[in-house]
Design a protein. Structure first.
Lengths: 246, 511
């Protein structure tokens, strides 16, 4: 916890005055060992809260601090960083892959990979889907305390009670993945896992969807092998985005 | 038995990537490191070959570790590389002679201009399939020999070696100064202006014309063959393929039959059409090049439309102008407006390549008014890639007498949906992205895997190809025609900008 206090002090120091300080000046001002100050600055730099001037080596507040309120990862950047792993997931699972981010109480599809069977399919990047009735949406809801979904029924199996939804989301947080079986479209199912950025912050969801008989076993439960593929792919993207633990 | 993988090294213009693939051509691990771009003068672009080698030393073991594997699980290594970039190094010390001169570098323009007036110059295109231009390696070798005191003598003695990036890396992987193999592959050799396109060997007449000593040249090998085992970095791993990156992408897209084509969108963009075992000469500004050569089989040729600057324009928008923080943000910015607002950017940073081949052209932004915002500029940046593709496709259709029905695309820019839709719109054909966007690496892996029997045949590789995304054309034909007309008028305005007689470069006097 001490390092958080020190990080906060460094940010306050940089926010003061001219705003460009060398590591020695920062260490001197705060009475820290140079190595300690440097370590904290490097972490702050990695998350975008401070930037280092290439020419002088001095530090200043980073652009990410100015955009704390808005989404910090551009959706096109997310697609670009995830595209290889989304392809690999489609190839392994044999199913269509989508990546979603939250937008105005819905899921915005930011990337879509066709099911690899070369049948006629249409890209649906840019379309919106319901948060509470899709696996992608449940993941986004589960990790965003502020998100609210309007519980519109799409099929007999859509979750429409707030209590049932809260239970489902608690399970998502516990297991680290979400499933949806005929809750949005009859005959279709979906599986999804979170994509995390620095510090474990969930920045999107990645999942597969397709015919319920391919995604689920005879008891109607998601096939565990598919779930593993989805989680591995989402973890690989998270790792690329800098989430160290996942 | 433990799973075995094929490793691909993609030594590109901005970074070096190392990817492991499994038997189904699926990506298992990826590691990457960017290297520094040096721009010491206008028109000059250089890389530090030593930095690139050190990057490889680092990322290759990392990719194996990331897959949780060991080097003995790597069945073979395939290399794909940025083409035409010229490295000269000392055989005894392993030190590069200065920095590598990158394919975008135009310092040889005066030299090329002089050489083009020599009587033999007219036969070059016929012998090599490519025109005498600053884009290719031979003028760079000559420039280095002319501008480095004592270098020619050392080169004639065989103390100084020439190579494109694959030669440099293979030489280092196989021992460097302690007996490294000095080899290249036919696809890379076909970009030097020194190889006869039909004999697939160095041509003495061309060597004499450019004044390049034979002793410094690598031995030309097929693209797919066991080059030898690595002794450094990946000891014991067989190096089993080398291809220029664009030819590797053609292979990775499994364009094995005549008439199959792909376009790779990276720093530059390159449309290659497989023309089978006979070279087809272009009359519309395309290049004739070797597509690949599998071991002792006949070489397969390709027609190529090369576009120098596409992704590099986005990078310039990011690094040169600082308008965006990362390359993918260009799409976000472009979507803040509905159209280009009448603004066009022609990125003739290194002159214009196919189909114009105007080395004296330089970039312009036209149609500027007070109305133009950075959003319009971002649109114009993306549209420049679309229109340049259109020009090359028009040339390809004219040369082959066939109309392209769909375009297979790959490369980093295929993550940009706005751009892919725009390309489908301006070509008026569907644009198809395969499930492996990393086709350059995949092609190098396929070629290496074939050489060691990891994959049995081309047909097996073809079955790994699947459609991952497709964009359908949806632009009003009248609007398309008007915009294309505007683009062409913008292109004409880039011509005749650089005048060789007024060059102030102190080295500009040539030999």
């Amino acid at each position: 916890m001490q390092s958080i206090e020190r990080a906060a002090a460094i940010l306050r120091l940089l926010a003061r005055g001219s705003g460009r300080l060398g590591v020695g000046e920062i260490a001197g001002s705060l009475g820290l060992a140079r190595g300690t100050a440097h370590g904290i600055l490097r972490t702050l730099q990695r998350v975008g809260f401070v930037e280092q001037d290439a020419a002088t080596g001095k530090y200043q507040l980073g652009a990410a601090l100015l955009h704390l309120g808005t989404s910090y990862l551009d959706v096109n950047e997310l697609r670009s960083r995830a595209i290889n792993w989304a392809d690999a997931l489609a190839a392994r699972s044999g199913e269509a892959v989508r990546i979603g981010t939250p937008l105005d109480g819905q899921v915005l599809v930011v990337h879509h990979v066709f099911r690899p069977d070369d049948t006629l399919q249409t890209l649906d990047v840019g379309t919106l889907m319901p948060l509470h009735a899709t696996a992608l949406g449940k993941v986004l809801l589960a990790y965003d305390a502020g998100a609210v979904a309007e519980l519109i029924p799409f099929s007999r199996r859509t979750i429409t009670s707030p209590r049932a939804l809260a239970r489902a989301l608690a399970e998502v947080r516990e297991t680290g993945w979400a499933a949806e079986v005929e809750e949005f479209t009859v005959g279709e199912a979906g599986l999804a896992a979170p994509i995390r950025g620095y510090g474990g912050l969930v920045v999107g969801a990645m999942g597969v969807s397709g015919a319920v008989e391919r995604l689920c076993d005879a008891q109607g439960r998601p096939r565990s092998q598919l779930m593993t593929y989805v989680r591995d792919a989402a973890r690989a993207v998270s790792r690329d985005l800098g989430a160290s633990r996942w | 038995m433990a799973e075995r993988y094929v490793m691909a090294l993609d030594q590109g213009t901005t970074s070096t990537r190392c990817i492991l693939f499994d038997r189904n051509g699926r990506l298992v691990s990826v590691t990457q490191r960017e290297h520094k771009q040096h721009f010491p003068r206008p028109g000059w672009v250089e890389h530090d070959a030593m930095e690139i080698w050190r990057n490889l030393e680092r990322i290759a073991p990392e990719s194996i570790a990331q897959a949780g594997a060991t080097p003995d699980q790597v069945a073979a290594l395939g290399i794909a590389n940025q083409r035409e970039t010229t490295v000269l190094w000392d055989r005894h010390t392993g030190r590069p002679i200065g920095r590598a001169i990158v394919w975008q570098d135009t310092r040889t323009d005066t030299l090329v201009d002089e050489l083009s007036r020599a009587p033999l110059a007219e036969t070059i295109h016929e012998r090599c399939g490519i025109p005498l231009a600053t884009y290719f390696s031979a003028p760079r070798i000559r420039w280095l020999l002319d501008h480095t005191p004592g270098l020619r003598e050392r080169a004639e003695r065989g103390d100084v070696l020439f190579g494109t990036m694959e030669s440099w890396l293979i030489w280092n992987l196989t021992g460097g100064p302690a007996g490294g193999s000095h080899v290249t592959d036919v696809t890379n050799a076909s970009r030097t202006l020194l190889m006869d396109l039909t004999t697939l060997d160095w041509d003495q007449g061309l060597l004499d014309f450019f004044g390049v000593p034979r002793a410094m040249l690598p031995e030309i090998w097929p693209s797919t063959a066991v080059y030898g085992a690595a002794t450094h970095v990946l000891p014991g791993v067989r190096i089993a393929a080398a291809l220029g990156d664009q030819q590797a992408a053609l292979f990775g897209q499994t364009c094995f039959a005549p008439g199959e084509a792909k376009c790779t969108y990276g720093t530059g963009s390159f449309l290659l059409l497989n023309t089978g075992t006979a070279p087809v000469r272009s009359t519309h500004g395309l290049l004739t090049t070797v597509g690949y050569k599998i071991d002792n089989e006949p070489a397969v040729y390709a027609l190529e439309g090369s576009i120098a600057i596409t992704g590099a324009l986005v990078q310039w928008f990011r690094d040169g102008l600082g308008i965006i923080g990362s390359a993918p943000e260009i799409e976000t910015l472009a979507r803040t407006v509905d159209d280009n607002g009448g603004c066009y950017i022609v990125p003739a940073f290194s002159g214009l390549f196919a189909p114009h081949w105007r080395s004296e052209a330089r970039g312009i932004i036209v149609g500027l008014t007070s109305y133009i915002t950075k959003g319009h500029l971002a649109r114009a940046v993306l549209e420049a890639t679309g229109w340049q593709t259109r020009e090359v496709v028009d040339a390809m259709n004219a040369d082959s007498g066939l109309a392209l029905k769909a375009l297979k695309v790959d490369g980093g820019m295929t993550a940009d949906n706005l751009l892919m839709q725009f390309i489908a719109d301006v070509l008026n054909v569907p644009v198809v992205r395969p499930m492996a966007a990393e086709t350059v690496s995949l092609g190098a892996a396929y070629a290496a895997g074939l050489a060691v029997g990891y994959w049995p045949d081309l047909e097996g590789l073809r079955r790994n190809w699947h459609r991952a995304g497709q964009w359908q054309p949806a632009m009003d034909p009248v609007h398309r025609a008007n915009e294309y007309d505007n683009w062409r008028r913008a292109v004409e305005r880039t011509f005749d900008w650089i005048r060789p007689s007024r060059q102030h470069s102190p080295e500009g006097t040539g030999a």
